[in-house]
Design a protein around this ligand. Structure first.
Ligand code: 5GP
Length: 138
């Protein structure tokens, strides 16, 4: 399986399509999922190409996990959450739909249920949630 440089997250990295970024460092970007399964649902990706965990380098994994942890703390604070769900899928059979490594970060509250996948979120509401997350990052 090779990396397709025209996947949607590669286009987001090149700013060829818009995204709502909440955090960025030398190696990673975090941006809001357009079909949020929870308020504050975001994605963390490496800036360099790899399909998923199976072909990622130790450096890519390390950088992405550090940002995942940072964003986990940020969404906990931003949404006064009780927990955080981290999801990650590998290849189509593993549930992956976009073939650039990404981790889902979802703030959770006691007793809540994730919304079903595949429903576009409200753009204004996603922007509001992004503002809260940026504020929580300080
Ligand atoms: P996965 O590959 O982990 O199964 O899912 C890909 C995720 O990317 C889904 O949660 C989907 O909502 C999200 N997604 C798909 N296309 C876009 C897009 O163009 N922009 C953003 N921000 N998220 C996307």
């Amino acid at each position: 399986m090779s990396y397709d440089p025209d996947n949607i997250f590669a286009k987001i990295l090149r700013n060829e399509i818009p995204s709502t970024r909440v955090y960025e460092d030398d190696a990673t970007v975090a941006f809001m999922d357009i079909m949020p399964r929870a308020d504050g649902h975001l994605l963390v990706i490496p800036k360099t190409p790899c399909r998923n965990v199976l072909d990622a380098s130790p450096e890519q994994l390390s950088a992405v996990m550090q940002t995942v942890q940072k964003m986990g703390h940020a969404v906990l604070k931003a949404f006064d959450a009780d927990g955080v769900t981290i999801q990650q899928f590998n290849e189509a059979a593993g549930g992956q739909e976009v073939f650039h490594l990404h981790f889902h970060v979802l703030p959770r509250h006691e007793g809540d249920r994730l919304r079903p996948p595949g429903n576009m979120g409200d753009r204004e509401q996603i922007e509001e949630h992004a503002t809260k997350i940026r504020a929580a990052l300080g």
